[in-house]
Every structure is written in structure tokens, then in C-alpha cells.
Ligand binder design. Structure first.
Ligand SMILES: NC(=O)c1ccc[n+]([C@@H]2O[C@H](COP(=O)([O-])OP(=O)(O)OC[C@H]3O[C@@H](n4cnc5c(N)ncnc54)[C@H](OP(=O)(O)O)[C@@H]3O)[C@@H](O)[C@H]2O)c1
Length: 426
């Protein structure tokens, strides 16, 4: 039972900023009490879960990794990649009994068995609470994340720490936003008025077929954004902006999408105007998404079966073009102030499928180390990732980036030379 070894007792360790101790290069020495924790990665046979399992086992070779999924062959292949300290567990998240039986023996579950869109029950979170197992998901859907939040009191009563939306975006991007806001308020004594999340991923970013389904399912959701404190609803894949993601990525078109970090950041960080935009490459995928949004009714994208047919139709073409598009990913988080000043965070990596695993592993380790209080939290909540633990999380989560910048004015990271005035360019 997770209760004894780790799981519910993890938060009691209460050492949120445990620095990496001396150990083999590229690895983290976890404290004795949690070094051999057992982590179930659901969706561990997929791209995001698989990448998380690989990252966890590289960073902390003593962790015991349980790869969870429905397909034994894919499970065996992942276990062969991970080596000694891993096993496969055949588990279907829709089968509560098999889920709870597997969780009974685990300290932490990482839920990456998406899609989260159009999923109306949090079966893994409920099972985690029932079995007193710590929990992280990589949910990227607003309704699902809000539903997960309704389990907060039950998680508190069961002494279970849980984080929802703990991947790269949302996930690391939320923590970047929280840090920018904290620094603005504490060091610069400035009150931000606008927060904007911009994301770019080439092709599918090397992620699995589920990510394609996710993109189509998001076209069935009205975009929730906030303008001067008021909630507004907008059409998906509209409101295009051309954003400079800095060196290695350059300027990219991005479009409005309904993403959970908009609501959570507005409510938790208290910023009056918040929105999120996403763009992909090659450019005609953006045009295709725009065209589909105009031509097909939103109800079409809410039907999981229809979306599955679209995925089957487009997946081979998308995969073929992925070879040319690459799988770069970039996130830019912009914070603006009433005086016209801004400060930004930037994260660019050559591979989404690698960096999403690194990011999710950083959340998993933070929970294991006791940085998360009992309850269900978003990453930007101090009870989710303690303020003192954010720096370590960002350091771990940004490993492998070719450009990671925090708290700099936009002109310092953009690719075009800027005129400072009087003909002086930088
Ligand atoms: N927050 C973030 O930063 C972020 C970023 C990227 C993606 N995501 C989300 O991550 C999720 C996974 O994406 P992916 O690219 O890894 O997809 P994927 O490669 O298709 O993997 C999905 C995995 O889920 C497993 N799965 C599906 N239904 C299951 C069920 N009923 N029971 C047990 N396992 C089940 C599948 O395993 P079997 O088929 O072997 O059973 C598969 O391994 C998506 O929902 C995506 O939106 C989040």
C-alpha cells in the first residue's frame, strides 16, 4: 500500500527545495526515504508517458518505474528501453478494479493516458485518492482540469498530494507565469495587467496520435479568455498574431485555443487579461485548422468518433510531413504592465516529445520530494509547487533547451534588431 512507503506521506517530508546531492553526472540523488519509490506511468507506452518514464529513470535510476497501458507488446518494448528497474502493468483506466489494484502498490501515478478532452470522469485521480497514491496528470483540457479540482477536499481528507496540468504546456508554462508575476510584484513593485501564453510546435512535435486528436477536439471548444477581468468567449483558431519566439524558432503565427492555464492563471495569479495561442508548422497546417473551424460546425469536433476518423485520415500525412517539419517546441510567456513595460519567459527545445517528458518528470519529482500539499492543485498554486521549489522545477524542466530565458524584456530575446532610439540598434 502506498501509504506506508511514500504516497500520502510524501508531503510530510516537507523539504521543497532539496538540492541535487553529489551523484553520477546527469542524475539526481533522492533522499533515502523516497529513492526507491514506485511510480506508475499511465500511458507509459505512448509518447508523452514513455518520454516521462525515460526521463525519470535517467534522472533517478533507483526509482521503480511501472509502465501502464493496455498493449503488452508496446509495454515490453518500453520496459526493454528502460531496463532493470522497470516493469509493465496491463491496466485500462476505464476499469476501476484493475486501476486500483495496480495503484495499491505505487507511491505516485503519472497520468498521461489521454486524450483528456471530452472525458467526463477523473477515474485515475479518484483511484489515486481511494488508494492514497500521489498524483500528477498532463491534462491539457479546461473542463477536465476544473473537474479534477472538484476532488480537492477528498484529496485533502485522504492526505493525497495531486497536481493537474503538470506537463510542459500547460505545466512548466504555468510555473514560468507564476514566477514572472511573483518577481514583478516583489522585486519591481509592478502590478501586471496582461498575461499571454504563446506556444509553437512544429508538426506534431514527435508526439503520438493522441495529440492530433487533441488538436481536433480543441476546435470543438469555445475559447475562454479574460479581458480586463471579464470572461469572454471566442472562436477557436482565430485572433492570429505573429510572435517572435527568439533564436532558433523566429517569428510564427499563433491562434487562440481553449487551454486550461488561461482560467487557472487568471484566477490564481489575479491577472485581469489572459489568453493563450498556439501555432504549428508547416504554415498550411494552420490554414487547414482555420479552414476546418470555418467550414465544420463546432459540434463535429465534439464527437470523439468523428475526430477519430479525422485522425485516421490525417495521421499518415502529418507523420510524413513531420519528417520535414522537425519537432521543435517553443513557449513564450508575456507579462505586460500598464506603463507599457513587459517581461517575458522563453523556452525552446528541439523536440516536444523529449521536453514534455523532462517537464513531466520535474513535476513527478517535486511531488515525490514533498513540494505539494494534500489536495488537487494547478502548478502555479503555491500549494501545488511550493514557491521555494519553483526554481528547481524550472531548472529540471528546462533541461535540454537551446534557449531558456526568464524575466527579460521582449526586445532582449527577439530576433529582429531593435532601435533603442537615436538610431542605436541592439
Ligand atoms: N500538458 C502537456 O504539456 C501535454 C503536452 C503534450 C501532450 N499532452 C497530452 O498527453 C496525452 C498523451 O499524448 P501522447 O502523444 O503520449 O499520446 P499517445 O502516444 O497516443 O499515447 C497515449 C497512451 O495512452 C494509453 N491509453 C489510452 N487509453 C488508455 C486506457 N483506456 N487505459 C490505459 N491506457 C490508455 C495508450 O496506451 P495503450 O494503447 O498501450 O493502451 C497510449 O500509450 C494527450 O492527451 C495529450 O493531449 C499534454
Amino acid at each position: 500500500m502506498a501509504m506506508a512507503g511514500g504516497g500520502a506521506s510524501l508531503h510530510l517530508i516537507n523539504k521543497p527545495t532539496i538540492p541535487p546531492m553529489a551523484c553520477a553526472p546527469g542524475t539526481i540523488q533522492l533522499p533515502e526515504k523516497i529513492r526507491n519509490s514506485k511510480v506508475l506511468v499511465l500511458g507509459g507506452t505512448g509518447r508523452v508517458g514513455g518520454s516521462t518514464a525515460i526521463s525519470l529513470s535517467k534522472l533517478c535510476p533507483d526509482l521503480r518505474i511501472l509502465v501502464g497501458g493496455r498493449n503488452r507488446d508496446k509495454g515490453a518494448a518500453m520496459v526493454a528501453t528502460l531496463g532493470g528497474n522497470s516493469e509493465f502493468a496491463e491496466v485500462d483506466i476505464d476499469n476501476v478494479n484493475s486501476l486500483e489494484a495496480t495503484l495499491n502498490d505505487c507511491d505516485l501515478v503519472v497520468h498521461a493516458a489521454g486524450p483528456f478532452q471530452q472525458t467526463h470522469k477523473c477515474s485515475v485521480l479518484e483511484a489515486a485518492i481511494n488508494t492514497k497514491t500521489a498524483y500528477v496528470d498532463v491534462c491539457d483540457d479546461t473542463s477536465y482540469a476544473q473537474l479534477a479540482k472538484t476532488f480537492k477536499d477528498r484529496a485533502v481528507a485522504a492526505n493525497v498530494p495531486a497536481i493537474t496540468t503538470g506537463g510542459i504546456y500547460p505545466g512548466v508554462s504555468n510555473v514560468m507565469a507564476a514566477e514572472l508575476v511573483r518577481l514583478a510584484r516583489s522585486e519591481n513593485k509592478l502590478e501586471p495587467e496582461r498575461l499571454r501564453f504563446y506556444y509553437y510546435t512544429a508538426g506534431t512535435g514527435g508526439a503520438g496520435p493522441t495529440i492530433l486528436a487533441t488538436s481536433f477536439l480543441l476546435l470543438g471548444e469555445e475559447v475562454v479568455a479574460y479581458n480586463k477581468g471579464k470572461e469572454i468567449k471566442l472562436k477557436p483558431y482565430t485572433g492570429m498574431l505573429n510572435i517572435d519566439f527568439g533564436r532558433g524558432i523566429g517569428k510564427r503565427d499563433v491562434y487562440l485555443l481553449n487551454l486550461p492555464e488561461v482560467k487557472s492563471a487568471h484566477e490564481i495569479l489575479g491577472i485581469p487579461t489572459v489568453s493563450a495561442r498556439f501555432g504549428t508548422a508547416p504554415f498550411f497546417w494552420n490554414w487547414g485548422m482555420e479552414a476546418m473551424t470555418s467550414l465544420l460546425p463546432m459540434e463535429y469536433f465534439r464527437d470523439k468518433n468523428k475526430v477519430q476518423q479525422l485522425v485516421q485520415l490525417f495521421d499518415p500525412i502529418v507523420r510524413a510531413l513531420d519528417g520535414f517539419a522537425g519537432e521543435r517546441v517553443s513557449m513564450r510567456v508575456d507579462l505586460e504592465f500598464p506603463n507599457g513595460r513587459n517581461t517575458i519567459g522563453l523556452f525552446s527545445h528541439k523536440s516536444l516529445s523529449v521536453s514534455v517528458g523532462t517537464a513531466t518528470a520535474a513535476f513527478a519529482l517535486a511531488v515525490l520530494e514533498g513540494s505539494t500539499k494534500p489536495g488537487v492543485w494547478f502548478p502555479e498554486e503555491p500549494e501545488g509547487i511550493a514557491v521555494e521549489a519553483r526554481e528547481v522545477l524550472l531548472k529540471r524542466g528546462s533541461q535540454g533547451t537551446f534557449n531558456f530565458v526568464m524575466n527579460k524584456p521582449a526586445w532582449m530575446v527577439e530576433t529582429n534588431p531593435k532601435e533603442l532610439g537615436l538610431g542605436i540598434y541592439v
